[in-house]
Design a protein. Sequence first.
Length: 342
Amino acid sequence: MDKILEKAKSTNNLTKSELVQILQNDELNEDLFTLADKIRKDNVGDEVHLRGLIEFSNICKCSCKYCGLRKDNDILERYRLTPEQIIDFAIKASKYGYKTVVLQSGEDAWFSAEKVCEIIREIKKFNLAITLSIGEKTFEEYKAYKEAGADRYLIRIETTDENLYKKMHPNMDFENRTRCLKDLKKLNYEVGSGCLVGLPNQTLNSLADDILFFKEIDADMIGIGPFIPNPNTPLSDEQGGTFKLALKVMAIVRILMPTINIPATTAMETLNPNGRIIALQSGANVVMPNVTEGDYRKKYEIYPGKICINDTPNQCRNCIESKIKSIGRTISTNYGFHIKTK
Ligand code: 5AD
Ligand code: FES
């Protein structure tokens, strides 16, 4: 095996220039994926944790250039589930056997801290772990959700390249995003972050920085996905990221952070029909099947070509279960919290 990969294997650490070399060089890809798969197996085992994803509102006050939910997208038909609907989908998820639900939405101010807490308290009665993915909030809000029973929080940094961050996120602030990550850690959440791969003008250097950033913040989960241009956004004519590069970034994250949870992301499957399974064999140990019902799935159109938009929660559950079993992996029956052994 290559020297850099040997070093990564034995130290779980690489310098920025070593990271760039791996990202640049495609000759070592198979070794990289095989090593990430081994490190996954040795540290988090063969179990795959399923998290039921509820996309409860596509209303958003932000204007992220790449995202279909951006407020300036007039073509998107907006929806907001009622708290009762959200709770109902969560209870059904628990009946399908999910141990975690992920509540995700645009940054929708209708869901006040009070409303979110009420939803959390109701869902907690069903012994589910709750992951929130609802954007930038104040320390006080994060604290209130935690006290109501939220366990985890996902907030991708998207890119650590501050110039690129500014261009991609009008009226947002990199500092505030990192403040959110710090507050969540302080409040003892399991913290998930991640980045987009293939944003316009994103360099391999900046992807290397992203990877080092995930280590620095001591993330519990990292989700990596390719950027897929959405026709109803200002980035409609951009190239987009590749499956291969996103997979490489993900595999490197596994090698540097052996015990964390890493989802095989939906965006990966959008670019490759077997994307999630390939990801599960290159370092990932989590899948987040959609448990939203009806045509809301279609309307939660962050990027085009999203998978499963015409499927039911039951179909997704069966589909992913058989795929996971077909590669000799098992479905976890526990909550799948991050267990730090190093
Ligand atoms: N392509 C791929 N992923 C996207 N996201 C937003 N827009 C896109 C896109 N066009 C990702 C962001 C966000 C997550 C919920 O979806 O990284 O954090
Ligand atoms: Fe939804 Fe396969 S996971 S149909």
